[in-house]
Design a protein around this ligand. Structure first.
Ligand SMILES: Cc1cc2nc3c(=O)[nH]c(=O)nc-3n(C[C@H](O)[C@H](O)[C@H](O)COP(=O)(O)OP(=O)(O)OC[C@H]3O[C@@H](n4cnc5c(N)ncnc54)[C@H](O)[C@@H]3O)c2cc1C
Ligand code: SF4
Length: 331
């Protein structure tokens, strides 16, 4: 049995102080990922700091015209918030494509960003895994890797980040507000998650003693031409094999600005600003969408069981852009 102690934080300073005191302490929010990891013996915190009473449960207007989503707002409350639905429908659609209604009622903004990979070997403590136990090897590279990454992989890890919400946040260009013993800082969403490199055990650039307090959405929400396309084995309650968040600012048939991010293909939500730039100023045609899709997967690498994802990602990008422009009905 893995023994652990528990405390409930009443203030943000108290929560940060409690984590800073013990390097085996972890925050717990909705618990929908951490408790599973503890039950499987993948995560063995010595101390849990419950943050659910902290005043981080509101969605508020920001001075720059955007919205601030508190770290403890549940995924359900974000998805159904009237302002989010009206101004950031891409985010709402991505959240509702994930998990189940019950899970979304418990899962929080902060926890969603920090949920860990769904790699089977990561969860199976009888197999090697550099993310779970650095230096032991990677069971997936030569194993069954159907759900694994095709972009940004390393010879240490080919896991994917499983979140749907984060793919939309990447496309929207959100920012993550955090607080720690040295005070507050804000990380651009593109700088929050990491590629595996030689340290796959480190998923993000959040320091171990920092608390996520909110996610800021910029004023521009791309509320007219957008889609979140999620390709998965079942139509509900399944993680993405490939997903695409596409958002366009259109001027008639021309693209003024494009945003594109993919899920299920990399260790982090995969926003491709080079591909976005290729679309800017161009006519919204299937031919242009195909060129961009080719460019996105130019450096993709398959590992056998997951090689189909390269073609799937290309087709998903084209289809998502067709949906965002209105050429095809959103699925
Ligand atoms: C069966 C199942 C299916 C799912 N399907 C999907 C899916 O299709 N798409 C999808 O996107 N997600 C899916 N999820 C994942 C779900 O969205 C996450 O489990 C959830 O978002 C995690 O949030 P939580 O509040 O429960 O986090 P917790 O489990 O409480 O915490 C997760 C991690 O975040 C840390 N943490 C939490 N809050 C903070 C904070 N404010 N600051 C710093 N650290 C923090 C914890 O220490 C822990 O390490 C699924 C989950 C399950 C169990
Ligand atoms: S892909 Fe990453 S998480 Fe999966 S077994 Fe390899 S090292 Fe572990």
């Amino acid at each position: 049995m893995n023994r652990f102690s528990f405390e409930r934080a009443e203030t943000i300073a108290g929560a940060v102080g409690a984590i800073a005191k013990n390097d085996r302490a972890r925050f717990i929010a909705g618990g929908t990922n951490l408790l599973d990891l503890m039950k499987e013996n993948v995560s063995r915190p010595a101390h849990l700091v419950d943050i659910t009473r902290l005043p981080l449960g509101k969605i508020e207007e920001n001075e720059d015209g955007g919205l601030r989503i508190g770290a403890l707002v549940t995924n359900a409350d974000t998805a159904y918030d009237e302002r989010v639905q009206r101004r950031y429908p891409l985010l709402s659609k991505a959240i509702l494509a994930g998990a189940s209604a019950q899970l979304r009622n418990m899962a929080t903004t902060g926890g969603n960003l920090l949920q860990r990979t769904r790699c089977y070997y990561f969860y199976d403590t009888a197999t090697p895994c550099n993310k779970r136990e650095p230096g032991t090897g990677c069971g997936a590279i030569d194993g069954f890797n159907r759900i694994h990454a095709i972009l940004g992989t390393s010879d240490k890890c080919i896991a994917t980040h499983p979140s749907d919400m984060c793919v939309a946040l990447a496309a929207l260009g959100a920012a993550v507000r955090v607080t720690g013993p040295d005070g507050e800082r804000t990380l651009p969403f593109s700088g929050f998650h990491r590629l595996p490199g030689d340290t796959p055990e480190i998923d993000t650039n959040l320091r171990p003693d920092e608390l996520i307090t909110a996610v800021d959405l910029p004023a521009k929400g791309f509320a007219t031409h957008y889609t979140y396309l999620k390709i998965r084995d079942r139509q509900s309650y399944a993680f993405a094999l490939v997903s695409v968040a596409a958002a366009l600012d259109l001027d008639g048939g021309h693209i003024r600005e494009a945003r594109l991010a993919l899920g299920g293909v990399a260790h982090m939500p995969w926003r491709d600003t080079g591909a976005e730039a290729m679309l800017s100023g161009k006519p919204a045609t299937v031919e242009n969408f195909r060129s961009v899709a080719e460019a996105i997967v130019r450096d993709a690498k398959g590992f056998g069981h997951n090689t189909f994802k390269i073609e799937l990602a290309k087709r998903a990008v084209v289809r998502a852009l067709e949906q965002a422009t209105g050429m095809e009905q959103p699925s």
